[in-house]
Design a protein around this ligand. Structure first.
Ligand SMILES: C[S@@+](CC[C@H](N)C(=O)[O-])C[C@H]1O[C@@H](n2cnc3c(N)ncnc32)[C@H](O)[C@@H]1O
Length: 389
């Protein structure tokens, strides 16, 4: 696949080389080897150089990938409707969006919440990338200037005692993962070392939580020697942090992912890690550090377990198809089919992309976590997939 990728221009090549030099410096400082999760953290989030921290376009046609809010505003409209229901039922008046990307989902959701007369008092955004924060501010100033005074960017999660609705679209898949390989005499942890002017993937005996996790998998399943996959300890950490801060409210998590049994099936023998560069997907995370996205699917069983430990109810878990249909995406589409035939056809095609099982509909899941006193919204009435977790 890699040889079909477009060549980066000289500025992008130079940028990537600077990040490789920084990673090599870190490798040397760590005694010759960095865990894959540490490598991924630097590749995506190293200040000024990581993929999400630096200036690459990332989202949309000019970037590397598209997310649901870019495909159709109806995604954000439906999600806003569900958030409004939870705000009303719970009496909460705050929304916290994690990882707001381009800011488009925030803009479209704020407009819909305004239309529904359920504007939150504050719309908080926790965005670790200064570059993306800047872009979010710019887009919101253009799209919703009258609502900008409700938007507050946070440097870290709020303090304990928070009440509100948290929403994260495609954030869990962007958190660093630990990678492992099942060796003939035990689990190995994959990591990164220096190789000439570049980087190479190398393995060491797994230790601690990763070793325990891989060994538990082997005892449960018949996985072959050489089997590789990954586990996201950072996702469980984030859920624990949300559990600690949320007194009352709910968390909507939307991402591509699977139950643990499907995630770690023998057929998926190279895991779920993928890289995205100019709309090409490939499997080499060392290829263009800093100028390509690196992502892994979400193990929703693990997220659900972390949620229960953190004191949440796993109130709902379903496919994006069912969530959007039950949130009224078809009616919303009909309402907007008032333009030209070309425009109407385009909108229908966007909704098909979001909802068809062969497109994003089945691969993407929506999980709702709630505190004890908060009821789920109507978008989860259709297909309850919690039995699969
Ligand atoms: C794949 S993008 C998704 C962006 C947007 N939600 C969308 O759907 O288009 C991942 C986003 O998560 C952010 N992010 C990464 N780690 C995060 C964390 N620990 N907390 C909050 N946001 C994070 C990234 O900076 C980026 O904005």
């Amino acid at each position: 696949m890699s040889n079909q990728l477009p060549e980066p221009d000289s500025a992008a090549t130079e940028h990537s080389a600077r990040l490789v030099a920084l990673i090599q410096h870190e490798i040397a400082g760590a005694g010759g080897w960095l865990s894959f999760s540490e490598y991924m953290r630097l590749a995506l989030y190293a200040p000024g150089l990581g993929y999400y921290q630096a200036g690459a376009a990332k989202f949309g046609e000019q970037g590397d990938f598209v997310t649901a809010p870019q495909i159709s505003a109806l995604f954000s409209v439906c999600l806003a409707g569900q958030i409004a229901e939870v705000l009303v039922k719970s009496g909460c008046r705050t929304v916290l969006e994690l990882g707001a990307g381009s800011g488009l989902m925030a803009a479209d959701m704020l407009l819909e919440l305004q239309r529904l007369q359920e504007l939150p008092e504050r719309y908080l955004i926790l965005e670790p990338s200064p570059d993306l924060r800047e872009r979010q501010h710019h887009l919101l100033r253009q799209r919703v200037p009258d609502l900008l005074d409700r938007v507050v960017w946070l440097d870290s999660l709020p303090e304990k005692g928070f009440s509100g609705v948290v929403v994260a679209n495609e954030v869990l898949d962007a958190l660093p993962v630990s990678r492992f390989e099942l060796g003939s005499s035990g689990a190995l942890e994959l990591g990164v070392g220096s190789h000439g002017a570049g980087l190479s993937l190398t393995a060491r005996p797994a230790k601690g939580a990763l070793k325990a996790f891989a060994e538990r998998l082997v005892s449960m399943d018949d996985l072959p020697v050489g089997y590789r996959s990954e586990v996201c300890f950072a996702a469980s950490g984030l859920i624990h942090s949300l559990g600690a801060l949320l007194d009352k409210g709910a968390v909507f998590l939307i991402d591509y992912g699977l139950s643990q049994a499907d995630f770690y099936s023998a057929e998926r023998s190279d895991g779920t890690l993928r890289c995205h560069y100019h709309h090409h997907a490939h499997n080499d995370p060392l290829l263009y550090p800093g100028i390509q996205d690196i992502t892994a699917w979400v193990d929703f069983t693990r997220v659900g377990e972390a949620a229960l430990q953190a004191g949440f109810n796993v109130a709902a878990y379903t496919t994006q198809t069912h969530f959007l249909l039950d949130s009224g995406i078809t009616a919303q589409l009909e309402l907007r089919q008032t333009g030209s035939a070309v425009n109407n056809a385009q909108m229908s095609s966007q909704v098909r992309k979001l909802t068809l099982p062969g497109e994003m509909g089945e691969v993407f899941k929506v999980m709702l976590l709630t505190t004890d006193d908060v009821l789920p919204s109507s978008g989860f009435q259709g297909r309850d997939l919690r039995v699969n977790l």
